[in-house]
Design a protein around this ligand. Structure first.
Ligand code: HAM
Length: 419
């Protein structure tokens, strides 16, 4: 036997229950999205590195230290997608999608890659479902996107989720705020970590995301961005909150919520769950009104969010949301060469009629085949041996507790199963 090859650190196999939850969640996502008029989009697994540098931002943690980047053919720098918004906007611009409609509602379910330190809820390959509404600058669009996020959590039965929301205004507001924050922090520079000191020059807003208790204490007294918003930004934020209230969507304003990606402006939000550990963000998003233009398109406002599927599954486990175990309709048990030959055509005929069918291919004893039918939760077992082949019949056995078995002519099989 050869040596075993193990999975790469920070990656996951979705097995059994987890795999079922993934499918359940995906199915739910497709139906919620279509109920809001969102269309599925699929972008490539890798993009030119430049795309993420120019959107997520060269000073962000993602671009600075988390991307899987390589020089392709010694020429072009490529990167496995660390997030979805940049790719969707690249596709939007490149395919001139905006020309066909002034508003485009798009969604995706995809794998993403970040070289982070793995821990509970944090992986190097993870999955997101995300939505991007491209075209409207109005507050009702923000409220719609946030309502989709709520709808998702409700459908999944997640109750311990809190929505944190903030407005980070325009780039001018962020520039004056960054300056004020820096001035506030300078006298305390000796108390800051090396990372935060470096961020004072590169991107002071990122310091607000610190997890170091002393720094959190210090920041409590720092100026807040809401004091730097202009009248239009303020009005936009008030209108978003008012619409959310009219929809009964509860929120907490978090004046220090800035998010770790550089493309955001105005509304930013996160949903956090007490069912998760330190990686408690189930989803995050916000407005990115300049990104389409920054990536070469016509100026087009946009807003979206993405939710971590592994984290949603962790929350589903806490909320005891198991995926229903639906076994096949029929399990076909076969004994003897002629019966084995007859098995596949019968399975095909039943599947053509819309039934789900599992057929024995291991040539086990009928007893173990029936045990397997039971394990899979099959409703019916069809047993075929030489006698049945000769008489052109099958034994039909109900797999219910104490279910009976009877010989049925092959031609009557479907009628009997359908009852
Ligand atoms: P993000 O906050 O970087 O935003 O990621 C969104 C969600 O993906 C997080 O809240 C978390 O649930 C999940 N996630 C992120 N990193 C990991 C990881 N290493 N392991 C497991 N789950 C993770 C974005 O990606 C933006 N593109 C969201 C967006 C869409 N904004 C506008 N439109």
């Amino acid at each position: 036997m050869g040596d075993k090859v193990s999975k790469v650190k920070g990656t996951n196999d979705f097995l059994q229950e987890e795999a079922k939850k993934f499918i359940k969640l995906e199915g739910m996502v497709h139906s919620i999205m279509s109920s809001y008029g969102y269309n599925f989009i699929k972008t490539p697994a890798f993009e030119k590195t430049e795309l993420f540098v120019r959107s997520v931002g060269k000073d962000s943690d993602i671009v600075n230290k988390e991307m899987y980047t390589w020089l392709d053919n010694g020429k072009t720098s490529l990167t496995l997608k660390p997030e979805g918004t940049a790719s969707v906007v690249r596709a939007f611009v490149q395919n001139n999608i905006g020309a066909s409609s002034p508003i485009n509602r798009l969604y995706y379910v995809d794998a993403f890659f970040r070289r982070e330190r793995p821990q509970k809820g944090r992986f190097r390959q993870f999955h997101q479902l995300g939505i991007e509404a491209i075209g409207s600058e109005n507050p009702e669009q923000d409220a719609e996107v946030i309502a989709v996020a709520y709808s998702l959590c409700n459908h999944l039965g997640l109750s311990n989720v809190v929505t944190k929301i903030n407005s980070i205004g325009s780039s001018e507001a962020r520039a004056s705020y960054s300056q004020a924050l820096k001035e506030f922090l300078i006298p305390h520079a000796d108390k800051l970590s090396e990372t935060s000191r470096a961020r004072m020059d590169s991107n002071p807003l990122r310091i607000l995301d610190t997890k170091i208790p002393d720094e959190i204490g210090l920041i409590k007294n720092a100026p807040v961005i809401s004091d730097f918003l202009d009248g239009d930004d303020r009005k936009h934020f008030e209108d978003v909150l008012e619409t959310m209230e009219s929809l009964g969507l509860k929120y907490e304003i978090d004046p220090r919520l800035v998010r770790g990606l550089d493309y955001y402006n105005r509304t930013t939000f996160e949903m956090v769950s007490s069912d998760l550990g330190s990686q408690n963000a189930v989803l995050g998003g916000g407005r990115y009104d300049s990104l389409v233009k920054d990536l070469g398109g016509k100026p087009t406002p946009a807003i979206g969010f993405a939710a971590g599927i592994e984290r949603l599954i962790l929350c589903m486990n806490q909320a005891n949301q198991s995926a229903p175990d639906k076994g096949p309709d029929v399990y076909i048990c076969l004994a003897g060469d002629d019966a084995i030959k007859a098995g596949a055509p019968i399975a095909k005929q039943l599947r053509d009629e819309g039934l789900t069918v599992v057929q024995e291919t291991l040539r086990r004893s009928i007893k173990s085949q029936l045990r397997d039918a039971n394990r899979l939760g099959s409703k019916w077992a069809i047993i075929i041996g030489q006698d049945e082949v000769d008489a052109n019949t099958v034994q039909l056995k109900s797999m219910d507790q104490g279910g009976d078995q009877s010989e049925v002519p092959s031609g009557d099989l479907l009628k009997r199963i359908r009852g």
